[in-house]
Design a protein around this ligand. Structure first.
Ligand code: SF4
Ligand code: SF4
Length: 219
């Protein structure tokens, strides 16, 4: 199977390949995996589809993870691959390292991963571990190297994102406050400030959905 055929299959599932690599023995991929493909939502058409799915409409928790399990497993079965997921731990699979291995995601000045197409809205819904080695496109260089002013680094009103780390408590306190309404309803200002994020097709409703889950957690 070649990448374009796989992409056509994923297109029907409202997913897209966000990158891939050919694992070595130290990459923590399943035995016999010759190509690992990382999958994310195909935005912006993903969200209008997702809110019509049984998982979203049954009002039970973790709708997006349950949708991902069903859909990525179905895709894997159709091509004889193994499905892997970034949730369900601990232990968790090393999606962060795998994303870097693809060469399409890079560490940004605020330490979140920035992707050549999804920008700072990078999110993984699962992986496909293939037993065959398929050709992959050459990776892109980081968009941060040519980003004028690097606006992600200064966009957070409470400076919760710095090169030293992410102050989760300060971020959540702000999002829950009246002043944090824009982050709460439209998504993280720092992620939105990235010029790559601006072309990623992320809809505010999807960001608001993730924010609701985020602020429900502790602290
Ligand atoms: S969601 Fe808002 S408060 Fe939190 S890091 Fe992003 S910009 Fe800062
Ligand atoms: S705003 Fe610029 S520096 Fe920040 S992640 Fe996006 S491309 Fe990189």
């Amino acid at each position: 199977m070649r990448l374009p055929e796989l992409e056509a299959l994923l297109d029907h599932a409202y997913l897209r390949v966000l990158g891939g690599f050919h694992p070595g023995p130290d990459d923590g991929t399943p035995e016999g995996c010759k190509t690992l493909l990382l999958l994310g939502p195909d935005e912006p058409r993903f969200w209008p589809h997702f809110i019509q799915t049984p998982e979203y409409r049954d009002d039970a928790p973790n709708a997006m993870d349950r949708w991902s399990l069903r859909v990525v497993e179905e895709c894997a079965k159709r091509i004889g691959a193994q499905a892997l997921f970034p949730f369900g731990g601990p232990p968790y699979l090393p999606f962060y390292s795998w994303a870097l291995k693809t060469g399409r995601a890079h560490v940004s000045p605020i330490r979140f991963l920035v992707h050549d197409r999804a920008g700072l809205f990078l999110s993984f819904r699962g992986d496909l571990a293939l037993s065959e080695r398929i050709p992959l496109p050459s990776p892109e260089s980081t968009p941060c190297a040519t980003c004028a002013g690097q606006p992600c680094a200064t966009a957070c009103p409470v400076r919760a994102l710095t090169p030293q780390g992410y102050d989760v408590a300060a971020c959540k306190a702000y999002i829950r406050s009246d002043a944090g309404r824009d982050c709460r309803e439209n998504g993280c200002l720092a992620r939105r400030a990235c010029p790559v994020s601006k072309t990623a097709g992320r809809l505010s409703a999807q960001s608001a959905y993730h924010m609701q889950y985020f602020i429900k957690g502790s602290p």
